[in-house]
Every structure is written in C-alpha cells, then in structure tokens.
Design a protein around this ligand. Structure first.
Ligand code: EPU
Length: 338
C-alpha cells in the first residue's frame, strides 16, 4: 500500500480544473484505512477523501493526502413486508444504487436519479432534488473514526441533517471515514410527484402506469433539460445553496421585488431561489474565456476548457458580491472549496 506523489487531479474532479495531490491513493476495502493511517501518522498532513469529485473545487494544489474511495458493494441487509434495508459501500456510484432500487422495486430514492457522485458523499451534503432529500431514506451511516479506528453507527437523528448539511460537514468534518450507508426503503408503492413539472413528465412518458422506472426517467429528462450534462460540461452542479430568510426579510424584499421566487420552509423561514437572485443580477449565460455561468440554470458555474479553480472562485465571489449589493442576501457555496 503506497501513496503516489504529485498526482494530477484534473480527471478526478468534475470541474476539470488542474490541481496536484501531494500524495494520492485509492481505497478499495475499508481494511486499507489502517495502512493509510499509519503512513499519515508518520508524516501528518491534511487528508481528503474523494468520491467522484463532483462537489469540489480545487483552487490550488492539495498539500496533503487525497484518498479516492473506490469500495464497492450493494446488498439487502434485512426486510419486513413493508420495508427493506439496503447497505451500499461508500464508493458505489449514486446512480448504480438507484438502478439497484429500481430492479428490486424499492421506493424512496428515485427522485434523486441522475445526481452525479458516490454513495459515501450523499449524506455529507444531504443531496436533494425534486422534493426529496437523501436524509428522508437514510437509516444509518457506518463510519470509522480516524484517530482510533472506532466504528461508528450513526442513526439518522445522529447525523443532524439539514438542507445540504449534516454533522459530516461540521463536528465530524475530516474526523471520520464514511464506509457505507444503510438506506430504509419502502416495498410499498409510494411516489413524491409534487415538485413542479414532475407529475406531468411522468404522465408524458408513461401515460397509463406510474412506476419506478418511469419516475426515474422523468427525473433524468427534467434534469437534462435544466442542468448541463456532466459528461459534456465541466461543473459541480449547484455552486450555491438556496439562501434562507426570515419573514421580516422576505416581506422587505417583496416590497421591492414582487416577483421574487421563494418557498415556505417553516412559519418563520423561507427559502429563496438563488437561481432567480443570480439571474436578476445579470449573470445568466455570462462567459469570460474558459469559465462562466450556465445559461439555463445560473446556479451552475462552468469550466468550458482550461479555467483554473481560482478563476471559478473569483467568479463565484463576484456573483456573491452583486447578489449582496442588490438584495442584501449572502449566498453560501454548496461546493467544497480547497
Ligand atoms: N429559476 C429562475 N431563473 C433561472 C433558473 C431557475 O428564476 O434561471 C427559478 C425557477 O423558475 C424555479 C426556482 O428558480 O422557480 C428553482 O429552480 P430549480 O427548480 O431549477 O431548482 P433550484 O432550487 O435552483 C435545486 C437544487 C438542485 C436540484 C433542483 C431540483 C440547490 C442548491 N439546488 O435547485 O440541485 O437539482 O433544486 O430539485 O438546492 C445540486 O445540488 O447540485 C443541484 C443541481
């Protein structure tokens, strides 16, 4: 077991920006973690576990250890008449898990079809789309504490899930390795079709029957119509989170901007569509050389060729500044920036 030195990460991050890892290795089975740790203990430096690199922006070389998680395996661990627990290794592709669920008629994750990334990253930012968050289906996260290799079995409530947030982004950041995730999925037919446009697209492609496959295809069609194909366009999906405001701030904004797009989260808190705020500031379709803002979904920043991470970071900061100047709203990145 050895780390390679000065490894280029361009092909290992979906932004496709150049950055070198001082040390790089791949982890295929969890047992390898101890070997990595003893090497790291002898020469301590920052450690980064990388899934498919679809939610990171490297703005410089990473002077530490990058470990790409490549562990595989999806299995049903128990079932009742109504539910099934499915455990998937961290390195499994997210969409491979969705395909497994479709094959076995398990309901709960289908609205998250087509999201790039791996299973192990899914709880960290609590991935979400089309009215569903992965937290709704997570039963447990199996992790290994990096300082003493203690196995942790975090229940859903231990993970402190929030909107694109969890304990893994906060208290446990860089302290644990996520080895696998156990999902609680329904064997009974149940769909979440309320998000704008989803029910219509399902009906369009399968007029007489709503099933998992139809929903999954419908979701992918909707994604493809709004979000650039990650195999063709280098991006990391939404760069910013949708900001939350309280009722006072919302009312103040509505006076000046009556067409503001917002959603009620609780009686007191509202989520604003960051895409709308960015569009109003004139960023939609903006391009400067090799980097810019997607013309359909301005939450997505794009590397059109040879942009650097610093170029993209600078663009994101300019966007944050103009949204703040116009609306008094701070946009926070969803992407992990290194
Ligand atoms: N909108 C505009 N202008 C635009 C684009 C959109 O005003 O140019 C408005 C839309 O009309 C809509 C609202 O913004 O009313 C929301 O747009 P959309 O449905 O595309 O969703 P989003 O809130 O912008 C979130 C997630 C996406 C996820 C979609 C669909 C975040 C940060 N992003 O985007 O997730 O696919 O919902 O559920 O929550 C990701 O996390 O990487 C990601 C792509």
């Amino acid at each position: 077991m050895q780390f390679a030195e000065n490894v280029e990460l361009k092909m290992l991050n979906s932004f496709g920006v150049k950055a070198k890892a001082r040390f790089y290795a791949e982890l295929h089975v969890v047992a390898e973690l101890k070997q990595f740790a003893s090497i790291i203990q002898d020469n301590p430096k920052p450690l980064l576990f990388l899934g498919s690199g679809s939610n990171v922006l490297f703005t410089q070389d990473f002077d530490g250890y990058v470990v790409r998680v490549a562990s595989k395996g999806i299995k049903m661990v128990s079932e009742t008449d109504d539910e099934c627990l499915v455990e998937a290794a961290a390195g499994e592709g997210w969409d491979d898990l969705i395909q497994f669920c479709i094959q076995h008629n398990l309901y709960g994750l289908e609205n998250l079809s087509g999201i790039p990334g791996t299973v192990g990253s899914s709880p960290i930012q609590n991935i979400g789309a089309y009215g569903v968050e992965v937290a709704d289906s997570i039963h447990q996260v199996h992790a290994v504490r990096l300082d003493d290799f203690e196995e942790l079995h975090l229940k859903n409530c231990d993970c402190l899930f929030g909107y694109r947030d969890s304990i893994f982004k906060n208290e446990l950041k860089a302290k644990v390795f996520i080895a696998s995730v156990v999902f609680r999925l329904s064997k009974q037919e149940r769909f979440a079709l309320d998000y704008k446009g989803v029910a219509d697209e399902v009906k369009r492609i399968s007029p007489h029957k709503t099933d998992l496959k139809a929903v999954s295809i419908a979701i992918k069609n909707i994604r493809n119509s709004k979000i650039p194909d990650p195999t063709l366009v280098c991006s990391a999906g939404s760069f910013f989170k949708n900001p939350m405001v309280d009722v006072a701030k919302l009312n103040q904004l509505l006076v000046e901007f009556p067409s503001l797009i917002y959603y009620k989260v609780t009686e007191q808190s509202f989520k604003l569509a960051a895409a709308w705020l960015i569009e109003q500031c004139g960023w939609k379709g903006y391009r400067q050389g090799d980097f810019g803002v997607n013309q359909l979904q301005p939450l997505i920043l794009v590397n059109y060729g040879d942009a650097s991470g610093k170029d993209i970071l600078l663009l994101s900061q300019q966007m944050q500044q103009s949204v703040f100047t116009k609306f008094g709203i701070e946009l926070h990145p969803e992407v992990n920036i290194f």
